[in-house]
Ligand binder design. Structure first.
Ligand SMILES: Cc1cc2nc3c(=O)[nH]c(=O)nc-3n(C[C@H](O)[C@H](O)[C@H](O)COP(=O)(O)OP(=O)(O)OC[C@H]3O[C@@H](n4cnc5c(N)ncnc54)[C@H](O)[C@@H]3O)c2cc1C
Length: 421
């Protein structure tokens, strides 16, 4: 039986659903429609970890290798309050530009005979009416979700903090959390390199600070210059950049937005099934939305190749992915609350240190490390010890060896699977 599968949205979720369905043996016609032209997307780089590469490698070594090749490693994290001495935290991972990720997924989808159509904002009644399966992969503001809001039991809540997703040519090889006192309240950035010549630079602050600084009304270029001034000590003279897809007219305010927490009572209705941000969101302070979107796509794509009833395939997909999502959503909620409590002027202190307390940035860093959940005491001792540059180098060396071994194991497992298959 040959079906027509239409994925609305050519982000990671839509493209990888199509790739996985094809690899799982689907002979169907598979169309991905993306409203943007090729090479255009919102935002900059996203982080991920080895677990994503492991899963992708098992599913499709070709796109997994392309992702490894396109990614930058970030090693360690750093907290800097104002111009005070930075505190170094551990941890390491990867980052990739959204554009690079979408480019490699599009190339792979086309190689597998998926019909990817750019510049198609609305798939139109013909394409949708003729579809056996419609995959809503149209992101956080999903129009497909909105059209079935009641049936899906959709709920969305907006975060307290406005944020803006910028880029910069300043290279941040260490994941950097920078807090600055603006005089009207705290503002902070999350910055990390995702290419040799580009880093992500996300700025967030409480709403009263944002309004008091006039950022809600300030035209885009003036806003960028104001942020460059506030974060001058981190930017080393480099500018802040807005993604072309999000650049407003020069007299319009910069593209600030608020995180939208999306939850659904169910992830499918009739022949419509939702994946990625269209189905659920996790706050970007835990850097998991893309990995979750790719995970959804892998689970759904594999089930679409089954020729059994769609309702069963969709229900199986939803159950599998809800189990993965739940703990991450809890961590994301805790992380969001950590940032909110830390800088809320009237709140009772919930952590042992705040950015305004000049006392102890080490304790603030420890609190930041534990924002997603508790950590064993030995981690605190490690944090203290690795403020010494020599021990920090040793730790980085160890994590680089671990990454290398894991990459070798992935290749080894892939060649064993090839030999068996
Ligand atoms: C500031 C910020 C930082 C982030 N950092 C990270 C990170 O470090 N790590 C991480 O894992 N995740 C991160 N995320 C989350 C991540 O970006 C998303 O979770 C991920 O992109 C979801 O993939 P998706 O395919 O579901 O949606 P999207 O990537 O949003 O893709 C949806 C696509 O659908 C298209 N579309 C929408 N409507 C239509 C329509 N009507 N017709 C055709 N096409 C349409 C859009 O143009 C878009 O290309 C971050 C998010 C933000 C906001």
């Amino acid at each position: 039986m040959e079906r027509r599968i239409v994925c609305v949205g050519g982000g990671p979720a839509g493209l990888y659903t199509a790739i996985t369905a094809r690899l799982a043996g689907a002979r169907d016609e598979i169309v991905v429609v993306e409203r943007n032209p090729p090479g255009v997307t919102h935002g900059w780089g996203v982080v991920f970890w080895d677990d994503l590469l492991d899963t992708m490698h098992r599913n499709d070594p070709v796109s997994a290798r392309a992702l490894s090749a396109a990614a930058e490693v970030w090693d360690g994290q750093l907290l800097q309050v104002g111009r005070r001495a930075p505190v170094f935290l551990g941890g390491s991972g990867y980052a990739v530009g959204r554009q690079e990720l979408l480019g490699l997924l599009t190339a792979r989808a086309r190689e597998l005979d998926v019909d990817v159509r750019f510049g198609t904002s609305d798939p139109g009644p013909d394409l949708l009416a003729g579809a056996d399966v419609v995959v809503a992969a149209d992101g956080v503001n999903s129009a497909r979700r909105a059209a079935h809001e009641a049936a899906l039991g959709a709920r969305a809540t907006l975060s307290w903090h406005p944020y803006i997703w910028l880029g910069t040519a300043r290279r941040f090889p260490t994941f950097t959390f920078g807090f600055v006192d603006t005089g009207a309240g705290w503002m902070w950035c999350h910055a990390y390199a995702f290419r040799a010549d580009r880093s992500t630079f996300i700025v967030e602050c409480p709403e009263p600070t944002w309004r008091a600084l006039g950022l809600d009304r300030m035209p885009v270029e003036a806003c960028l210059r104001a942020l460059e001034e506030l974060f001058a000590h981190l930017l080393d003279g480099e500018s802040l950049l807005v993604a072309e897809a999000q650049r407003p007219a020069p007299d319009r305010p910069a593209p600030w937005t608020r995180f939208q927490r999306v939850e659904l009572g169910r992830w499918h209705v009739g022949n419509l099934v939702l994946v990625g941000d269209a189905a659920h969101t996790t706050h970007f302070t835990i850097g998991s939305g893309t990995s979750l979107a790719l995970g959804d796509a892998r689970a759904l794509g594999a089930r679409l190749a089954d020729e059994g009833p769609l309702a069963e395939a969709f229900a199986g997909y939803e159950a599998e992915r809800r189990a993965v999502l739940a703990p991450l959503q809890d961590e994301a909620d805790r992380s969001t609350a950590w940032f909110a409590d830390l800088v809320r002027p009237s709140a009772a202190p919930t952590s042992s240190a705040r950015p305004g307390d000049a006392v102890d940035d080490l304790h603030l860093a420890w609190s930041l490390w534990r924002r997603r959940g508790d950590a064993p005491t030995w981690r605190w001792h490690l944090l203290r010890a690795t403020q010494q540059p020599a021990l920090r180098r040793l730790r980085r060396g160890a994590s680089s060896v671990r990454r290398g071994l894991r990459a070798r194991r992935r290749e080894h497992d892939a060649s064993r699977r090839d030999a068996v298959g």
